[in-house]
Each structure stands twice: as structure tokens, then as C-alpha cells.
Design a protein around this ligand. Sequence first.
Ligand code: NAD
Length: 265
Amino acid sequence: MSTNELPKIDLTQRLAGKVAVITGGAGGIGFATAQRFAAEGAKVMIGDVDQASGERAAEQVGGAFVKVDVTSEEQVNHLFDEAARLYGSVDIAFNNAGIMPPDDDSIETTELPAWQKVQDVNLKSVYLCSRAALRHMTKQSSGSIINTASFVALMGSATSQISYTASKGGVLAMTRELGVQFARQGIRVNALCPGPVATPLLMELFAKEPERAQRRLVHVPVGRFGEASELAAAVAFLASDDASFITASSFTVDGGLTAAYVTPM
Ligand code: NAD
């Protein structure tokens, strides 16, 4: 077959006809992913606790918004059901909402309420969202779930945020198990492990204390923080049929961080 006769595949529209639910889609990695999904042809439902930013984000990607606190079972179920009602199915779930509050710190100073809050928003939410998504996906025998974990699920940090790290370890283990359990039902479940990403909040923090940023950057082989759009590109890949043989994986997008011993000067 000559090159002229090859079937035409539109690689820019890998998500055409798919319906995607994104939690934490009002900002950061979630919003960048909403933009990427929409650009690749998906219908996007944004779920976020921040109503004003969420509505703005949905408008920008031509999608819909539902206000949701991801720690509430009722609200999470409503989010996924609403996506199916509006757009006809739930094909992709990007369970991404997460927090990193300052009162979650060293185990010596982190009190139970701070511990519990992070467990609820970062880990319980992934259980609730995966369950809500699976109710739709098992019926149609297809779907892709991507849960946001972190590089700290893979390596230890001396600058501890103990509940955050434990929550992301939980996300990773739960994702692996779901990926294995639902593989024969046509549903893929993968964990995204971002390295440090240049989201506005993190950059604001580091602008105030540049030595803190430097202390972290020295461990990243590529020598810079990631961009939200670089994470979004990876999520779009995992969501698409290009990743049809990838499930139960810990998909690391970290500029080489977790593989590094000595980094370049
Ligand atoms: P972000 O703060 O920019 O965005 C998080 C979004 O989640 C916000 O829109 C926020 O309103 C929403 N949210 C928070 N609590 C919620 C709740 N209870 N219910 C619904 N929505 C809620 O953060 P980000 O940097 O884009 O992080 C996204 C995910 O990536 C998080 O799970 C985070 O832990 C993870 N992550 C981030 C980094 C990084 O360096 N930024 C690194 C590794 C992992």
C-alpha cells in the first residue's frame, strides 16, 4: 500500500464523541486538561467547589459546570449523573481535585482534623468519583478513569506533608486495584503521578521564598517545574484509545524526578 492509500486518522480529535468529567476542573491541571479535552473533541463536564471559576472554566471550553464538594457522596453522584443526562454517557473521568493545606505538615505537628480533611478531599473523593463513574462505565462496557496521585506517592520527602503523601499513596494503590478488577469489562484505570507543577499557588509560595523553590528544583533533572498543559497532554493520551493497552499504571510525568540520583549542574 502506498502512503497515499493509508487510512486517514485525525490525531487532533482523539476524544471526539466522548464525554469527560473533570473534578478540580476550575483551575490548575484540571482546567488545562479541560481545555485539552475540548480541543480534542470531548464534551466536558467540570465539577469544582469554586463556583465562579468553575462556571468561567466551563464557558471557556464550551462545556458544563456542576458545583460539587468531592467529599460528598450525594454531590459526586449528582455530578456524574448530570454529565450522563446532559451528554448521554460518561466515557472519561479525571478524578483530580486535591488540596495541600499548610496545617498538614510533619507528623509531629499535624493534628487529626488536618489529617482527616486531606484524606477526605484527596482519597475518599477518588473512591466516590471512581464508584460514580463505574456505574455508568460498566453499563456501556467502556471507559477511562484517570486519578491524580503525585510523585510523593513514589518517594519520600524530608519536607513532609504527611496526610497528603499518605492520601496519594492510597490513590495509587486503589487505582492499581481498580485497573486490574475492571480490565475485562473494557474499563481502564490509571494514576497520573505529576512532579512539581508551576501552578499559580505554588509559584506564589516560591516567589516569597525562592530558596524553597531552589531546594526542590535541584532534584529535577530537566531543571524546571512542569506546566499544567504538559500534564494535560499526558491525561488526554491516557483518556484516548491511543492508550488502549495501558491500565493499572502509575503514569509518571515528572521531568525525571523520580528516576534521579545525581542531577545535572
Ligand atoms: P489547584 O489548587 O490549582 O486546583 C485544584 C482544584 O480542585 C481547584 O479548582 C479547587 O477549587 C478544587 N477543589 C479543592 N477542593 C475541592 C473539593 N472539596 N471539591 C471539589 N473541588 C475541590 O491544584 P493543582 O495543582 O492543579 O492540583 C490538581 C491535582 O494535582 C491535585 O490532586 C494535586 O494534589 C495534584 N498534584 C499537583 C502537583 C503540583 O505541583 N501542582 C503535583 C503533584 C500532584
